[in-house]
Design a protein around this ligand. Structure first.
Ligand SMILES: [Zn+2]
Length: 303
C-alpha cells in the first residue's frame, strides 16, 4: 500500500498526551492509509477530498475524548454545494467517511471556500450508538465557523464548557497519496489559581499554533518529535498511541435486512430490469439482487 517504504512512519493513529506543568490534555491525530482508502473509488474533487480528511481527523479527535463501546458518527450537513460529509469511527478504531455533492459541483465551485460556503447553512451533529438497548448520546451545533476546527471549538465552548483549541489540516490535491492530521489541546479542570491557569492555557495555545500544516503533514517529522518540540519545556507526557484504520461495516446481511424492512412491492418499483442494486455510500460496493434473490429474501421473512 505504501509507495514510500523509507518514509512510512506517518501512520494512522491518535496520540494522547498530557502537558503536566500546564494542566492540559491533548491529542495528535494522523491519517494516511485510512484517509486514502476512504476517498478511493469516489472521484471527489480535491477540495472535497480534503474536507473528508479534515472530517475524519475531527471525528477521531471528538471520539477519543469519549468513553464508548460502539460507533461514533459525525455529520456535517447543510444547503450548500457539499450537502453532507459523514464520518464514523468504532470504539476499536475502524473509520470510514463519504461526502454528498449536489449535482454538477466541481472543484472550481468550492476551491478555497469556507465551510459556510461549501456546506452552507446547516449543522454539525455527533451521535454515539452503543447498540439496541442503550441510549443514544447526541450533540448538535450550528455551523458557526469558517473551518471545521472552528465549528468544533465553538461546540466545545457552548456545550461542554471546555476550553479547546483545534488545528486540522488535510492535503487537497490530485495525487493518491494524501494525508490528514490534527492537533488538539484542552484545558483540564482547575488545578491552581486562576491567573496562572489563564497564562498556562494561553501558552499551550500559542505553542500549538506555532506548528504549520506542512509540519503536521510531514512524513519525516514523527508525532513524538512534533510534541517534544512544542512542549518539552512544559513536561509533555505521551501515552500509547491508538491505531486507526479504514474499514467499512457494510455487508450483504445488512443490505438484505434493510431491503426486507420495505414491502416487496415497494422494492419491485425500484428495480431496473428486475434488478435492484444497492450501493454502499461509504465504500461504493454494489450489492445486486435479481428477482430470484429477492424471492429468496422475502421467502426467508415468511418463516
Ligand atoms: Zn461499504
Amino acid at each position: 500500500m505504501n509507495q514510500f517504504p523509507n518514509q512510512n512512519d506517518f501512520g494512522d493513529f491518535v496520540q494522547t498526551f498530557q502537558i503536566e506543568d500546564l494542566n492540559i490534555r491533548g491529542r495528535l491525530i494522523r491519517l494516511d492509509d485510512a484517509y486514502n482508502a476512504a476517498i478511493q473509488a469516489h472521484g471527489y474533487p480535491p477540495a472535497v477530498k480534503s474536507l473528508i480528511g479534515e472530517t475524519m481527523v475531527l471525528t477521531a479527535i471528538l471520539a477519543s475524548a469519549l468513553k464508548y463501546d460502539g460507533v461514533f458518527t459525525l455529520q456535517v450537513q447543510g444547503d450548500g454545494p457539499v450537502s453532507l460529509i459523514m464520518a464514523d469511527i468504532t470504539s476499536d478504531g475502524a473509520m470510514r467517511a463519504y461526502a454528498k455533492l449536489r449535482e454538477g459541483v466541481t472543484q472550481d465551485d468550492i476551491e478555497g471556500a469556507s465551510i459556510p460556503q461549501t456546506v452552507g447553512a446547516g449543522h454539525m451533529a455527533f451521535t454515539v450508538d452503543q447498540g439496541p438497548d442503550t441510549e443514544r448520546y447526541q450533540g448538535i451545533t450550528e455551523i458557526t465557523g469558517a473551518t471545521l476546527a472552528e465549528c468544533a471549538q465553538n461546540y466545545f465552548r457552548q456545550s461542554e464548557q471546555l476550553e479547546t483549541a483545534i488545528a486540522i489540516t488535510a492535503d487537497a490535491d490530485d495525487s493518491d497519496d494524501v494525508r490528514a492530521a490534527g492537533l488538539m489541546v484542552q484545558r483540564l479542570p482547575k488545578a491552581r489559581d486562576g491567573e496562572q491557569e489563564e497564562e498556562d492555557w494561553r501558552r499551550a495555545v500559542v505553542l500549538m499554533s506555532s506548528i504549520t500544516s506542512k509540519e503536521l503533514l510531514d512524513r519525516e517529522l514523527t508525532a513524538t518529535k512534533i510534541l517534544f518540540r512544542l512542549y518539552h519545556e512544559d513536561g509533555v507526557r505521551l501515552y500509547d498511541p491508538r491505531d486507526l484504520r479504514h474499514e467499512c461495516r457494510c455487508s450483504e446481511a445488512r443490505v438484505s435486512r434493510t431491503l426486507r424492512s420495505f414491502p416487496r412491492e415497494e422494492i419491485a418499483d425500484m428495480a431496473d430490469n428486475g434488478i435492484i442494486t444497492v450501493t454502499c455510500e461509504f465504500c461504493r460496493t454494489d450489492y445486486v439482487y435479481d428477482e430470484q434473490r429477492l424471492d429468496a429474501l422475502y421467502a426467508d421473512t415468511a418463516t
